[in-house]
Design a protein. Structure first.
Length: 173
């Protein structure tokens, strides 16, 4: 059986979607292949995202900021899941994704929008990474092969509705 292909979408494809792509590829153990893209990509990966990945021993090789249209053309990977990680991308009209992938929204605050000292930016990136990695861990725990599409869609939507406070509660249990 081929791995599940997951596309993480954001507007700029420089931070959140990049973090999600790298984390899922590192933890998916061949069960998942992750990609990321943006509706209006910045053309570069935020240096704080690269730094965070390196600190967590996650490779950033092969990562690049790219337009989501790359995944809506003939020859693009067949997508099983498309997950938006920012509210702007969730509200935009997406391209047609061949194969009718299951979609979900996992909104996370944009760490790249944080102004001020580098420590504040690093904290914002760590918060975003923690939320994304926790949600991805929930995805990894799902028995996807045993779930019908509607149940899977519901479970992915539920993962996206979990708040930072819920993640902290989960860790304390």
């Amino acid at each position: 059986m081929r791995p599940f292909n997951v596309l993480f979408l954001c507007t700029g494809n420089s931070a959140r979607s990049i973090l999600a792509e790298a984390y899922l590829n590192a933890k998916g153990k061949g069960r998942f292949v992750a990609y990321s893209a943006g509706s209006h990509p910045t053309g570069r990966i935020n240096p704080f995202a690269i730094e965070l990945l390196q600190r967590n021993h996650i490779t950033g090789s092969g990562l690049r900021s790219k337009n989501w249209n790359e995944f809506a053309v003939p020859g693009a990977p067949k997508l099983d899941f498309v997950i938006t990680v920012c509210d702007n991308a969730a509200g935009e009209t997406c391209p047609f994704w061949p194969g009718q992938p299951i979609t979900a929204h996992w909104g996370v605050q944009d760490p790249a929008a944080v102004q001020g000292a580098d420590d504040a930016k690093r904290r914002a990136f760590l918060k975003a990474f923690t939320e994304l990695s926790t949600r991805i861990n929930y995805l990894l725990a799902l028995p996807i092969e045993k779930l019908d599409s509607l149940t899977l869609k519901t479970k992915l939507d539920d993962i996206g509705k979990r708040t930072s406070a819920a993640f902290e509660t989960d860790r304390a249990v």
